[in-house]
Ligand binder design. Sequence first.
Ligand SMILES: *Cc1c(COP(=O)(O)O)cnc(C)c1O
Length: 380
Amino acid sequence: MNYPEELIFTPGPTGTDSRVRETMAASRVNPDADPSFPKFYQKTTEKLGKIIGTKNPVLILNGEGMLGLEASIASLVEPGEKVLCLANGPFGKGLADFVKNYGGQPILVEKSWQRPLQVEDVKKTLEDNPDISLATMVHCETPTGLLNPLEKICSFLAQKKIISIVDCVASLGGDPVEADKNGMDVVLGGSQKALSAPPGLSFLSLSDLAWEKIENRKEPYRGFYLNLKVWKDTWLKNQTFPYTQPAPDIEALSAACDLTLKSWPLVLENHRILAESVRASLLDNGFKLYPESHFASTVTAFLIPENINDLAFRNHLREKYLVQIGGSLGPLEGSVWRLGHMGYNSDAGRIFRALKTLDMAFKDFNITTNLAISFARELD
Ligand SMILES: *Cc1c(COP(=O)(O)O)cnc(C)c1O
């Protein structure tokens, strides 16, 4: 039987291109023994550097997105050290938890989840805490669909020589990051979001300032797997790896980078236009978007219509129409749905089909919508 392709419209992991999957399946290289592998790894990091917008070296770590977040906190934060943690969503708060876990003292600035972070919030906190040398923040808060305008905040922190650690996992490849231009020190990404590679890798770039801080810790971080200094002493110093690299995963990521870079930077414009049309279509049909402004181009979060049960509807959508959309996290679970129109899903045809199936599923629940047609009209 010829089943139609299942559409994975969750905001990461997303659907994956068959070329990415086939690259992974065809992998045969021994990453420990084949002299071509370090060269291939280096080339892949250069592709990622282009997407991040940095000349700094990039590392690929062998676990999904959270690994990069935890490794950067473990390697940079010293016991007792104050860290400015900006949070207007669950991932921002999670970074503050990591800081605490590694003995740091998070100075948490919590803001409304529906509004962007502001440089004024940073200035005020730094006046009260002049001894801060690190700051954490999230570019795209995936659970809320909000994209923080970090240009001003990161440039301001760079002027003050405060190291910024920025979670760009859900924006890289879909919204402009331009790390060097904006003065971002540590930029974190994951394979399974807007690059649409399978889950399993995180990657990060670190500035000279960040590396200096890691090298000059008063108290060394004792761990191995999360210790970025280990990578400095192996890969960055003499192109060897601290442990066996997952070659098939990295080959898939490299193929995914090629697809993103093929139409770079137009691919960002494509994400923006499609995301705008998705939002317009939802608004035309009486839905309410979760953020008040500063919408991400990779994910759209909107309120679940009253008297629809979250899980009952999403199970129906998946079982009858082979389409998965995302619920949300924490306090938004049960009241917010998310469409992950990033990477492989940033495609008018696939978005049309996802919206058309939503229309059909809503009809099964006695709600009339015309999301697909409105989307197509908005695009026109
Ligand atoms: C997905 C994501 C991560 C990583 O989480 P995973 O467990 O890899 O899904 C981190 N930060 C943000 C903002 C994300 O969207």
